[in-house]
Design a binder for this molecule. Structure first.
Ligand code: MF3
Ligand code: CO
Length: 291
């Protein structure tokens, strides 16, 4: 018996559930939902699904807020990881990164320090004055997902690091501002690229935002750099925007030993902020706002 996560029988290499999996008629009742699924494998969410994603996202955002307030000089990222993992379990949720991918991601959260672009693994190095840290948290609760990240500046932070932290935050804000039904997906990359360049920063192209909500990573991919994906945003799309902005070159290299940690090729700092949002009838709603 083929299961939803097996490769599709048609040989596309995609999971069955993302390819020829028979769709429940009630999930694709509108023409647009059927069209987005068939053309792009984008699942437009029902109001019931959005309600579930909203609850998972609220938990994720509240955990991120607590994790960020823990991040001070002398604390280790492993301590923050343990705290988030325990709190996630207390909330009857599951840390989505733990065991994810190949090789299986070894921790509950990602902690990306200074020149680490993303997917940094929590460790025993105490945070130091002048560090910048991204904490990225993703939770599954009752089959729904939340995903968000934020930066913390530890103590006195130099001009270059401060610039990437502030620029990536403003890039995310400007990108969210353009999200409404009818806008082409590439408008997100345009908003981010225009602002990043104006601040003398570069935009990482090797990692993207993503559909998220009923799975951790879904279609569509959301590039933060300039691109030509003209798929119009439509009501019911749920996806992350998570621009990684560098002070120097945009290129990064994945650690040969852990196969996860991505560092800038020139050793200059990188920063990232992330929200999960849903496209509404008139604009969008950010789902990962803490209380
Ligand atoms: N927000 C990150 C992402 O969407 C979280 C990565 S978790 C990891 O990719 F397990 F993939 F590292
Ligand atoms: Co994400």
């Amino acid at each position: 018996m083929i299961s939803r996560n097996d490769p599709c029988f048609c040989g596309s290499g995609k999971k069955w559930k993302r390819c020829h999996y028979p769709q429940e008629p009630e999930l694709t009742s509108s023409d647009i939902a059927r069209d987005y699924w068939n053309k792009h494998q984008i699942q437009l969410k029902t109001p019931e699904q959005i309600a579930g994603i909203r609850i998972a996202s609220k938990l994720t955002a509240n955990l991120l807020k607590k994790a960020c307030s823990m991040a001070t000089a002398g604390v280790t990222t492993l301590e923050i990881n343990h705290f988030v993992e325990a709190e996630t379990k207390k909330a009857n949720a599951r840390p989505a990164p733990l065991g994810y991918g190949h090789p299986p991601y070894p921790a509950a959260i990602c902690t990306s320090l200074n020149d680490v672009v993303c997917h940094g693994i929590p460790d025993k190095r105490p945070l130091q004055d002048g560090d910048i840290l991204n904490i990225d948290i993703s939770c599954e609760l009752n089959g729904f997902y939340g995903d968000c990240s934020a930066m913390v500046m530890i103590g006195d932070v130099g001009e270059e690091k401060r610039r990437v932290v502030e620029t990536s935050k403003e890039c995310l804000r400007l990108a969210i501002e353009v999200c409404r039904p009818g806008m082409p997906l590439y408008a997100i990359g345009d908003a981010i690229t225009d602002y990043a360049r104006s601040q003398n920063c570069s935009v990482v192209h090797q990692f993207v935002g993503h559909g998220c909500g009923t799975d951790f990573h879904e279609e569509p991919q959301i590039p933060h750099c300039r691109n030509n994906i003209s798929t119009p945003l439509v009501e019911g799309m749920t996806f992350t925007i998570e621009p990684m902005i560098n002070a120097g070159v945009p290129d990064s290299t994945i650690d040969a030993h852990d196969k996860w940690t991505a560092r800038t090729n020139d050793g200059k700092p990188s920063a990232q902020w992330e929200h999960l949002l849903v496209i509404t009838a008139s604009g969008c709603e950010i789902l990962t706002i803490p209380d």
